[in-house]
Design a protein around this ligand. Structure first.
Ligand SMILES: Cc1ncc(COP(=O)(O)O)c(C=O)c1O
Length: 315
C-alpha cells in the first residue's frame, strides 16, 4: 500500500522499467499518468513511449517493438470511459515478453479482478471506491508475490510514499461496505446515463452500460454487477452555458475525485488538452464527468433535469 494512487502507479512503473525500455500506454489515462509517460519518464529515465488507442488491438500489436517491456491501461478510462479488453491486451503483452499493468480504480472488486483476466500488476487509487467517503488517500499494487516484493523493497523503501496508519485504517473501515456501495453506484449511474441519453439537450453520453457504447460487449464480458459509477457526457451551447449547468446543480457537488458517498461533477472545456484522443463531441463541447454517489437515483435525475433547464430551457 502507498500514500496515494499516484504513488502506487509511479512505484509500479519505476520498479518494472529500466532506461531504454519501451512502453505502450493507452492514449486516454488519468492525466497525471499521461504526463508521467509523455514527459517525466522519457526525459528523466530515457524510457520510450507510444500512446495508442487501447481499444484498437491491431494498433496495439503494431506498436510492439523488440524492447517493449510494458503495456499500461485503465479498464474503464478516465475520463472518456473507453473500455479495455484486458484478456486480449494481456495476450499481446505476453506474446511480446512484456507485462500488462492495469489501473482498475474505476472497476474495483467485486466488479472486476484484472489478475484473473491476465494482468500482471493491478493498481488502485484507494482514495476513490475502496475508501468511499472522500476523506482519505491511498493506493495499492496487487500481483504475484515476486512483483509486489520488488515494488515494496524497491520503490516503496527508496522513494517512500508509504500510507499513514490513520489513512490505512479509514480505508480498511470504508472497504467493508465496498460491494454494497458499488452496486448502488452502478445502479444509479445506469439510471443517470439512461436519463441523459434520452434528453435532447445532451449531445453525447459515454457509459459502458449503454448498448451504443463502442465497447459495451467487452465491458459486459469482463464486469460483474454493473458498468461502474462514472458517466461522462457532452452538452451543447457555450462554455458559459455549461458552467451555468454545473453551478446550478444542488444535490450534485462540483469537485474532482470519484467513488465518494456524494455525487461529484467535474467539467473540463478541453479534456486532456485540445490534441487529446477523445471522441468528436468531447473535443467540441468539453466533457462533463459525473462520479455517482449513494443518493436516490430520482434525486440525481431531478437535479440534472433542473440544471439543464436553467442552462438550456425545458426539455
Ligand atoms: C484512474 C486513476 N488512477 C489513479 C489516480 C490517482 O489516485 P490518487 O488521487 O489516489 O493519487 C486517479 C485520480 O483521479 C485516477 O482517476
Amino acid at each position: 500500500m502507498f500514500g496515494t494512487g499516484m504513488a502506487a502507479l509511479h512505484a509500479s512503473f519505476f520498479t518494472l522499467l529500466d532506461p531504454g525500455d519501451h512502453v505502450i500506454v493507452s492514449n486516454v489515462v488519468y492525466m497525471r499518468v499521461a504526463e508521467l509517460f509523455a514527459d517525466v519518464f522519457p526525459r528523466k529515465l530515457g524510457i520510450e513511449v507510444d500512446f495508442v488507442d487501447i481499444t484498437d488491438l491491431d494498433a496495439v500489436r503494431a506498436a510492439v517493438r523488440p524492447h517493449t517491456r510494458l503495456v499500461h491501461t485503465e479498464v474503464i478510462a478516465n475520463p472518456d470511459l473507453r473500455v479495455a479488453d484486458v484478456p486480449a491486451l494481456a495476450r499481446i503483452a505476453h506474446d511480446a515478453d512484456a507485462l500488462l499493468t492495469v489501473d482498475s480504480t474505476f472497476t474495483p472488486p467485486p466488479m472486476m479482478r484484472p489478475l484473473d483476466h491476465g494482468a500482471d500488476l493491478v493498481i488502485h487509487s484507494l482514495t476513490k471506491y475502496y475508501n468511499g467517503h472522500g476523506d482519505a488517500m491511498g493506493g495499492v499494487v496487487i500481483g504475484t508475490r515476486d512483483l509486489v516484493e520488488q515494488t515494496r523493497t524497491g520503490a516503496l523503501w527508496h522513494a517512500g510514499g508509504a500510507i499513514s496508519p490513520f489513512n490505512a485504517w479509514l480505508i480498511m473501515r470504508g472497504s467493508t461496505t465496498l460491494p454494497l456501495r458499488l452496486q448502488r453506484q452502478c445502479d444509479n449511474a445506469q439510471a443517470a446515463a439512461e436519463f441523459l441519453v434520452a434528453d435532447p439537450r445532451v449531445v453525447h453520453v459515454s457509459y459502458p452500460g449503454l448498448p451504443h457504447h463502442d465497447q459495451h460487449d467487452a465491458a459486459a464480458a469482463q464486469l460483474l454487477g454493473g458498468f461502474g459509477g462514472v458517466v461522462s457526457f457532452a452538452i451543447g451551447g457555450t462554455h458559459a452555458d455549461r458552467l451555468t449547468f454545473v453551478n446550478d446543480l444542488r444535490v450534485i457537488t462540483s469537485a474532482v475525485s470519484l467513488g465518494h458517498d456524494k455525487t461529484l461533477v467535474a467539467y473540463e472545456e478541453y479534456p486532456g488538452g485540445p490534441a487529446a484522443a477523445f471522441a468528436q463531441p468531447f473535443r467540441e463541447h468539453g466533457l462533463v464527468r459525473l462520479a455517482i454517489g449513494l443518493e436516490a437515483a430520482g434525486d440525481l435525475i431531478a437535479d440534472l433535469d433542473a440544471a439543464l433547464t436553467t442552462a438550456y430551457g425545458p426539455r
